[in-house]
Design a protein around this ligand. Structure first.
Ligand code: NAP
Length: 316
């Protein structure tokens, strides 16, 4: 039996997907032994310099005294950033082109849902009302993306291909074909002012928490819509509710919430202008994600090179 290095998989206790992750990761890395942290004794734990993580408890990571970096199997790492704020452990997040394409498909699907007035026709059906509304071509609508990273850039391509005018906003300026790119706080207002459908694909950081709030809603033209596929707390819920109630916002498609699962008594469930999704816009593909983790770890083992790590200062 050749020597195989041990790779602990560290996840939240009783994580329902742990078995599937370990099996997919093991298939992708036959030269490594991928095991749950609980299966390793203290001596084996001391040998580990890298771990694969899915929402790990900080105490569990402390049981790996020689850990140099961790590879998360999720794209969003805000919970780890908060849990590990006093540690200098390097964190690599998942950047999977397949995940970005899955997200781009979801963005296109729900933008089309709003563009073709589906919530309105569903309300009309419930009232047995036969009434056609004017059609506006995709070319006549502007879809704006908050965030032009892996997810935002893929979504921009799909939306352009579907004929929409596309704008995008990021911290540093991007250059994307046929996309009007805005950057920095001072340009956000300008972009919002020309937006029909706003799609949020930002990471949750101290800067982005609540950024889609009263000020942003008042900058949008009356009758704009919102899609939040990023993280719940980026949208200020009370400001959202007020904007929906006073008609400034026509509809909101929400896949992510401050508390998940969304509590039974949450107002979003029953608001006529809200579509609730149970965090399904871009499910991770175990197989493609494991292949990416495997290639990053193989490169580290062969050349000592770490993939790009999360910026502690920026929080993403
Ligand atoms: P990413 O590649 O890190 O891109 C983040 C983008 O947001 C970048 O363009 C970045 O600007 C921009 N940004 C960050 N902070 C900003 C600020 N303060 N002002 C303006 N722009 C800012 O992230 P990603 O892979 O696209 O993923 C985005 C988020 O999607 C994840 O963090 C996660 O929360 C969410 N997600 C959700 C699901 C789901 O199923 N609902 C699945 C996967 C991911 P720069 O380019 O200038 O850095």
């Amino acid at each position: 039996m050749p020597f195989r290095t041990t790779l602990p998989f560290v996840c939240a206790p009783s994580s329902p997907s742990a078995g599937e992750w370990i099996s997919a990761l093991q298939d992708a890395m036959p030269d490594e032994r991928v095991v749950l942290l609980s299966e390793l004794d203290a001596a084996a734990r001391a040998m580990c310099d890298v771990a694969i993580v899915a929402n790990p408890l900080p105490d569990d990571l402390r049981q790996l005294p020689n850990l140099k970096w961790v590879h998360s199997v999720w794209a969003g790492v805000e919970r780890m950033m908060a849990d590990l704020r006093d540690s200098d452990l390097k964190i690599v997040r998942l950047v999977d082109p397949q995940l970005a394409e899955t997200m781009a498909e979801a963005v296109l699907a729900w933008v089309l849902y709003l563009h073709r007035d589906m919530p309105r026709y569903a309300r009309q059906q419930a009232a047995r009302q036969w009434l056609a509304h004017d059609y506006v071509r995709a070319e006549g609508k502007t879809v704006s993306l908050l965030g032009l990273g892996a997810m935002g850039a893929a979504a921009a391509r799909r939306l352009r291909a579907a004929g929409f005018k596309v704008c995008g906003w990021s911290r540093t300026r991007k250059l994307l074909p046929d996309v009007a790119c805005y950057a920095g706080d001072e340009e956000l207002h300008d972009m919002l002012g020309r937006t029909d459908i706003l799609v949020c694909l930002l990471p949750l950081t101290p800067e982005t928490r609540g950024i889609v709030g009263a000020k942003a809603f008042s900058a949008l033209p009356e009758g704009a819509s919102l899609v939040n596929f990023a993280r719940g707390p980026i949208v200020d819920d009370q400001a959202l509710r007020a904007a929906l109630d006073n008609g400034r916002l026509l509809h909101a498609v929400l896949d992510v919430f401050e508390h998940e699962p969304l509590p039974e008594d949450a107002w979003q469930w029953v608001h006529p202008r809200v579509t609730v999704l149970p965090h399904v816009s871009a499910p991770t593909d175990y197989r493609t994600a494991s292949a990416i983790v495997a290639s990053n770890i193989a490169r580290y083992r062969a050349e000592g090179v770490l993939p790009e790590t999360v910026d502690r200062q920026l929080g993403y």
